[in-house]
Design a protein around this ligand. Structure first.
Ligand SMILES: Cc1ncc(C[n+]2csc(CCO)c2C)c(N)n1
Length: 223
């Protein structure tokens, strides 16, 4: 298991079978094996472009809600990287398949996509920075775990697994894990796992994990 910190280890365990359904989803297995239909991958990528737009907003909301400079810097950096690096990566792959950036921008949002992004944004609006980080963690760290598991896979999607299994992304996951642990300790103290609040945070992590499962299924079914 990937070591992305204490909160992740606790939340991941609490999410139980849902976590395994997320990181071991058929979409991921077929992606790693190279057998995923190209249309499913492209459907996923088009939805993911819209997804990333909302996730950049969510990280900007982390920055807006935070009163700690290291968190503000990290959140602003992730929002910036999403807009300037990850989204253009999707644009590049889609362009080679004849999907223009105009077409990408006009992608009608699927229900699973909408449910996930609005869940995270609403959790962030009504809650505090810890609620928001708990809802954001499965996205960042789940892809880290998937990347590590499948790094070195060949086939048409080798670049995808290499990106998330690669050193840079793994370092980001370590940093985000440390950021979450420090955020929790600064606000709730080192014994935070024994507080009543711990269960609602684990619940938010588990909810976002279920929405990741639905997102993979959307890609597979192209719905
Ligand atoms: C459905 C879905 N879930 C997770 C990711 C991965 N991801 C989303 S934002 C980000 C950077 C840091 O937040 C990463 C790695 C994705 N692309 N699509």
């Amino acid at each position: 298991m990937a070591d992305y910190g204490r909160a992740f280890a606790l939340w991941r365990q609490a999410a139980g079978a849902d976590w395994d359904r997320y990181v071991g989803h058929d979409f991921v297995r077929q992606l790693a094996a190279g057998t995923l239909p190209r249309d499913s991958f492209l459907y996923y990528l088009r939805q993911d472009y819209v997804f990333l737009l909302h996730f950049a907003r969510a990280w900007a909301l982390v920055m807006a809600k935070s009163n700690r400079l290291p968190e503000m810097r990290a959140a602003a950096g992730i929002a910036q990287a999403l807009l300037e690096e990850e989204m253009p990566l999707h644009v590049g792959i889609c362009a080679r398949e004849g999907i223009t950036s105009d077409m990408l921008a006009q992608t009608p949002e699927s229900p699973a996509n909408m449910a996930y992004t609005r869940y995270v944004l609403a959790t962030g609006q009504s809650g505090d920075v810890l609620d928001l980080l708990a809802a954001l963690a499965p996205c960042v760290l789940g892809y880290g775990e998937i990347g590590r598991r499948h790094a070195g896979s060949g086939g048409p999607y080798a670049k995808w697994t290499a990106t998330y299994g690669g050193e840079d992304y793994q370092r980001l996951c370590q940093e985000v894990g440390q950021l979450i642990d420090a955020a929790l300790e600064a606000r709730l103290g080192p014994d935070w796992p024994s507080l009543p609040r711990a269960s609602s945070l684990a619940q938010q992590f588990a909810q976002a994990t279920q929405l990741e499962v639905a997102f993979w299924q959307m890609g597979l079914d192209r719905t």
